[in-house]
Design a protein around this ligand. Structure first.
Ligand SMILES: [Mn+2]
Length: 258
């Protein structure tokens, strides 16, 4: 019998502990996972950076994570934007104040990008949003030493795949394909994939439920199942109000925008 590695893939948790715990429980109910890939932006925006970091620390060796742009900002010396211009900077500054030196050391321990099981994990390659085929093709072409790429940053679950004719090297891709709840994607041999698990703690595809992916990987054989999970958003929003976070956050969570 083949032994598959089961991986929970998620990105952009953004200090949303209710959404994270709901996804962990959902994955547990579906047979659990051997590894947890976090594609960055664990903190920022939401009200619970420390609870989220504690949950990830509790995963022990199963946790593999890279830094996102909000994570990088949150560990800058001196903190963030004491007189912020934008609503999200207010939120990130509150995140910064809530975290301890130990929390910041944990975030600093994550690399910018990493290769695991033939996948390159990177939040925002060259600080870009990968939302069109030409950018996806550029990222894949710049990453020829690995088979596939996982990104975050756009908060929209979906994938790009190289065209059948292209083979491995030059990598023009087909258009973006969204991944919806229950979609199952089996990788085709000889093609390269760039996947995005979506924004677990702040989706931006106009579906307010929390997205993540469950992958089964054995050598070149890859199957990915897309999940959407309802979570106790009212609890998250109550905390945002209690802690006087910008009202834009509630607005975006309810609508699945950002
Ligand atoms: Mn983000």
């Amino acid at each position: 019998m083949q032994k598959y590695t089961r991986i929970l893939i998620c990105s952009d948790i953004h200090s949303n502990i209710e959404a994270l715990q709901a996804c962990l429980a959902d994955a547990q109910a579906r047979g659990g996972f051997d590894r947890f890939w976090s594609i960055g932006d664990v903190v920022g925006y939401g009200p619970d950076p420390v609870a989220v970091l504690d949950e990830l620390r509790a995963l022990g060796d199963r946790f593999v994570g890279v830094q996102g742009n909000h994570d990088r900002l949150s560990v800058k010396a001196g903190g963030l934007h004491p007189r912020p211009d934008w609503w999200w900077q207010h939120a990130d500054y509150r995140n910064f104040l809530a975290m301890t030196a130990t929390d910041r050391a944990f975030i600093r321990s994550w690399p910018h990008d990493i290769v695991d099981l033939g996948f390159r994990l990177v939040h925002d390659p060259d600080k870009r949003y990968v939302e069109d085929a030409s950018t996806a093709g550029w990222v894949l072409a710049a990453t020829r030493h690995v088979r596939h790429v996982v990104v975050g940053h756009s908060h929209k679950p979906g994938y790009f795949v190289t065209t059948r004719k292209a083979g491995d090297a030059a990598a023009p891709t087909e258009r973006f394909r969204p991944l919806r709840d229950g979609d199952v994607l089996e990788f085709e041999a000889g093609r390269r994939y760039l996947i995005n698990p979506g924004g677990l703690g702040q989706p931006r595809d106009r579906d307010a439920s929390a997205p993540y992916l469950l992958a089964s990987i054995h050598g070149d054989s890859v199957t990915i199942e897309a999940r959407r999970v309802e979570y106790d958003m009212e609890a998250t929003i109550a905390k945002l109000r209690d802690l006087d976070y910008p009202t834009e956050l509630e607005w975006h969570l309810r609508r699945g925008t950002g």
